[in-house]
Design a protein around this ligand. Structure first.
Ligand code: SF4
Length: 361
């Protein structure tokens, strides 16, 4: 297939759902890990197309949602420093911290700038040579290579007033945490974008250790339905394995150049995830040789204990234990205009997906 319309073809969609219905010999629960998949699933109404034997759950793959409260508090502390410019992607701006969001701080006159790429943050650092520019680096293996390139470019240029506050994370430890905790999942719809960088090797423990199928999926309705069909077929045959449905974008080995850049600048370390807590080796920490570009080393700040908003169940949603509609604040005191938790702020968050596409369902 070549054009977008073909991936949304009604006849193909009907054929795939028919095959899923015919081949699913029992109830199955699959988790879509990626926030982009969550949005697409609800946008295209897949829960209504699938047979009642297939249940989908959202997982911990929205970068903004899993970024823990203490990271936001640290970013807010930087924003309060006159000599610091905080550069961030727009989604993070409105995530509530313990006492304030970056959006609140910007309203108070703090220098918080929304950028569309790390290169913009580097440009600001060149222009504001007397101030320190702190870039908020969040996301998984998808965005970490870009942050690595930024650090290498700053080093090459001798740009001394730029650093990165890394909340970059690795996907496999979170998937293993969910797999070992949930106990009722049959397989994962694996993230397409992450896999373009990592390839398929990062998922190989999941079928082996947990008996779960893994299919790396694209984001169009026929992609996701084909992925679900592949998962059903794996489980019906009793042979869970890692497979690639998104072959037009993902190679088995991933992007070797991007992986090498990521490994050059980052090393694995423990990290805190909203809902999942501290997961060993789940974070991408800046290596000691690049410590001068590490905001935590360069500008140490003390933040108090993080406090989640009362009533928000983002953590349980990210673990697949609850759905957004089970939150008492959903669509009442928590909306995209007045978000209480990260899952409603993010354009890839499960709560925002439900609000946009399933509020009246
Ligand atoms: S609806 Fe709002 S308060 Fe409830 S879990 Fe989602 S983000 Fe948190």
């Amino acid at each position: 297939m070549k054009y977008m319309d073909e991936y949304r073809d009604r006849t193909l969609i009907a054929g795939l759902t028919k095959k899923i219905r015919a081949r699913a010999g029992r109830f199955y629960t699959f988790m879509e890990v990626c926030g982009g998949h969550t949005m697409a699933i609800h946008k295209f109404g897949l829960p209504w197309l699938l047979p009642s034997t297939i249940r989908l759950k959202s997982g911990p793959g929205c970068p903004v949602c899993v970024t823990d409260q203490s990271y936001v508090d640290r970013a807010v502390a930087y924003a309060e420093m006159e000599e610091v410019v905080v550069c961030t992607y727009g989604d993070l701006l409105r995530v509530p911290g313990t006492s304030a969001s970056l959006y609140d701080k910007r309203g108070e006159g703090c220098d918080v700038r929304v950028v569309y790429s790390l290169l913009e943050a580097l440009r600001i650092a060149r222009e504001e040579s007397s101030r320190m520019v702190v870039f908020l680096g969040i996301g998984f293996e998808t965005t970490a290579p870009g942050s690595a390139v930024g650090i290498l470019e700053a080093e090459q240029e001798g740009l001394d007033n730029f650093c990165l506050l890394s909340a970059h994370k690795r996907m496999p430890p979170a998937m293993e945490a969910v797999a070992s905790d949930a106990g009722q999942l049959d397989g994962f719809i694996c993230p397409g974008h992450v896999s373009t960088i990592t390839g398929m090797g990062i998922y190989e423990d999941l079928p082996r250790l947990y008996g779960m199928g893994c299919v790396i999926s694209g984001f169009e309705p026929t992609d996701m339905l084909e992925s679900i069909l592949l998962l059903v077929e794996q489980m019906e045959a009793g042979r869970p394995e890692v497979a690639i449905q998104y072959k037009r974008a993902v190679r088995p080995e991933g992007n070797l150049k991007a992986r090498a850049l990521m490994d050059q600048v980052f090393q694995h370390g423990d990290d805190t995830w909203r809902g999942l807590g501290v997961l060993p080796d789940s974070g991408l920490r800046i290596r000691p040789e690049y410590a001068r570009y590490d905001a935590e080393q360069r500008i140490p700040v003390e933040v108090g204990p993080a406090r989640e908003n009362a009533g928000c169940i983002c953590g349980e949603i990210l673990k697949g234990q609850k759905e957004p509609s089970e939150c008492p604040l959903f669509a009442t005191s928590c909306t995209p205009v007045h978000p209480v938790g990260a899952c409603m702020v993010s354009s890839e968050g499960a709560c925002q997906a439900y609000y946009k596409y399933r509020r009246y369902a």
